[in-house]
Design a protein around this ligand. Sequence first.
Ligand SMILES: Cc1ncc(COP(=O)(O)O)c(C=O)c1O
Length: 362
Amino acid sequence: MMKWPNHGGQPETIKKLFHIEGDKALLDFSANLNPFGPPSWLQEALQEHYKTITRYPEPTYSKSSASVAAHEGIDQDKVLLTNGGAEAIFLVAKFFEKGKALIAHPTFLEYERACHHYHIDVEDILVGHESGFTLPVELIRQKFFEKDVMFLCRPNNPTGTVIAEEDLKLLLEVGGKTGTYVVVDEAFVDFLPTSIPTLTPWLSSYPNLILLRSLTKMYTIPGLRIGFIMAHPTIINVLKNEQIPWSINSLVDALIPRLLEDRSFVNKTRVWLHEESRNVFKRLTSLGFYFSPSQVNFYLLRDKEQPQRTGELYSFLLEHGILTRHTHNFKGLNGDFLRIAIRSNFENEQLLAVLQKWRNES
Ligand SMILES: Cc1ncc(COP(=O)(O)O)c(C=O)c1O
């Protein structure tokens, strides 16, 4: 049986798995990072702050936490910096250790892994493509009375879809009565059109809301590790005590305010994504491909006319130098779709040309 890698962005592993020889690089559509990043000023800024690595970071990260709080328009006691979104997920899972959780699939794998790690009993809710990946809110709310927490991803990885505000409000209100927390991972929130804002302002109305963030995807800095949690101060205090000391390194501590200030980088990305995704989706429609109703920089794809041939489509794209993300380890997808990133116009055109070839030959 094929040993698929757990995450995207591993072209060398895939080359080995598929016995692809030679040095030619694959076009990587498997990782959902911003093709514009990192911001051009970052390399010099890393050098500028080089000296900070000779000191321990200030343990409360007061300056960088204050910059996150100001950026989000909330008090600093509602913010906890983390070593990427991954640490945020595991810290929050620890808060619910040995409890009961709900996870709506298909979604990011790490919620389940973190729950298992902390002996949390998990019930899965499967959401299908037939409904446009819309949450079955009625079914979920009925389960809330026996759950401590529900993990949601908004916008969701791997579908790119966004849970409707009214559905989320309903769950938070029911959760307020049943003592159920709702964790919403907003790792891709900066890619959304401005008409779909972050849930940060909701924190003041819903003490059972916990928000997770990551700067990884927007700024293309998976190696730096920057994330944060936003929640009621009582939760933040507990999580702070659980966190290992100096989890955030001093370079990152110094750079967070500057990254957050660079709104022009985020805005430029949003404008590009809006244009580019419109073009890609129009072309996919005319080529007869299904794509998930994504609002961000990746989508699920399969051939509408031959939905059972996704495995062959994956190999066909790979033979033509294009790496996509398999979906064998996303619950409910079973490899039936490919997750594909929106890349630069030049790269997207190459992908579309290969899909056209697939259509001509199939
Ligand atoms: C939905 C989601 N949340 C969190 C993360 C973790 O990001 P980080 O690199 O900040 O740990 C990812 C990474 O793939 C993700 O897709």
